[in-house]
Design a protein around this ligand. Structure first.
Ligand SMILES: C[S@@+](CC[C@H](N)C(=O)[O-])C[C@H]1O[C@@H](n2cnc3c(N)ncnc32)[C@H](O)[C@@H]1O
Length: 326
């Protein structure tokens, strides 16, 4: 370990351990208030020291600050070598929120112990965010139910559209049931939350999976698909249509247009519920409900063949009706 890193680690360790032990002593052993006071003082001294070092070194040497931020964004591919572009910061976001909530709850409990409903509620939010972190980590790996097992494909030779493929997690899952078919992996490749928009990652992941020859990558917008009517046998789209705000109907209409009559479309979206509450807190109530999705998909002319929940998310198997020529 480099000398500077060792100094930081020492500062963090003494600072955080001192804070935790000092606060715990104050709460549970009030007679040891003097010891707790000294510990808290030493801890704060170290944390303020780190803040000053960070503030001064990184303002005088911005390239070091850039390197630090780079470390925060760095990702580690999963065991098979697949990398879907999720940074350390993105994956651990709910856990950082959990630490913040629990710290606030602890502070409230110390300062206003009688106000227990308030700190208890904040502590519950902390636990909720911790569970959200667990869920997020499990769903960001390739093997874990990126797609539910459903009756989607028409034959072993299907041409399938992966609408909003990102780094290719859904494309790879699809390949497991594809038989001799092929996929068009379609995306705008400009998502700020996927490293480089996802195209390079997608190419790399397909190479690792040995799928390069069976997947054609195409860039474009879902609301104006560059394909002829009835071009695809089937389609999937996971965690995409729910990102489209007022363009949901336009994208769904396009997907229905490029599907052959009788072709099926597997759509996976976030809906309000416990899983999304653990990830997005009260903001999950801004999401479109299951009833809302049923209405929108029927409005654009799909028939709902199946629906269910997996990993806390909602999926629907939608069909363009046979004889639908419009
Ligand atoms: C959350 S990612 C999901 C990626 C992948 N389906 C998965 O489950 O890992 C959403 C993807 O949708 C893409 N996307 C969002 N709006 C789009 C649009 N209007 N046209 C094409 N792609 C879009 C983004 O670029 C991003 O790659």
């Amino acid at each position: 370990m480099k000398k500077g890193t060792r100094a930081h680690s020492h500062g963090w360790l003494v600072g955080i351990a001192g804070l935790v032990v000092g606060i715990a002593l104050m709460v549970w052993f009030p007679k040891l208030e003097a010891v707790a006071g000294v510990l808290l003082l030493v801890a704060l001294f170290h944390l303020v020291g780190i803040a000053i070092v960070f503030g001064s070194v990184y303002s005088f040497a911005p390239e070091r600050f850039g390197r630090l931020m780079e470390r925060f964004r760095r990702r580690a591919p999963d065991a098979a070598g697949f990398d879907f572009g999720w940074s350390w910061g993105a994956i651990n976001g709910p856990w950082l929120a959990a630490v913040a909530f629990l710290t606030i709850a602890f502070g409230l409990q110390l300062e206003w112990p009688g106000l227990w409903p308030a700190w208890f509620l904040v502590a519950l939010l902390g636990v909720n965010s911790f569970i959200g972190g667990l869920l997020l980590r499990s769903s960001k790996t390739e093997g874990l139910a990126s797609l539910p097992l459903v009756d989607l494909l028409r034959s072993d030779e299907d041409l399938v559209l992966d609408a909003g493929c990102g780094g290719g997690r859904t494309t790879l899952e699809l390949s497991k049931v594809l038989g001799g078919g092929s996929v068009v992996a379609f995306d705008r490749f400009d998502a700020y939350y996927i490293d480089g928009g996802g195209r390079t990652l997608l190419e790399r992941n397909l190479r690792i999976a040995g799928l390069g020859a069976r997947v054609q990558i195409q860039q474009g917008d879902l609301t104006t698909l560059p394909f002829a009517d009835a071009h695809f046998d089937s389609a999937v789209s996971a965690h995409v249509i729910d990102h489209l705000k007022q363009h949901k109907k336009a994208a769904l209409t396009e997907i229905r247009r490029v599907l052959k009559p009788g072709g099926r479309f597997l759509m996976v979206v976030w809906v309000p519920g416990w899983a999304t509450f653990s990830l997005a807190n009260v903001f999950c109530f801004l999401l479109t409900s299951k009833a809302g999705w049923r209405r929108i998909t029927r409005d654009v002319g799909f028939t709902i063949r199946d629906e269910g929940t997996f990993n806390g998310m909602w999926f629907a198997v939608l069909e363009r009706p046979e004889g639908d020529g419009a």
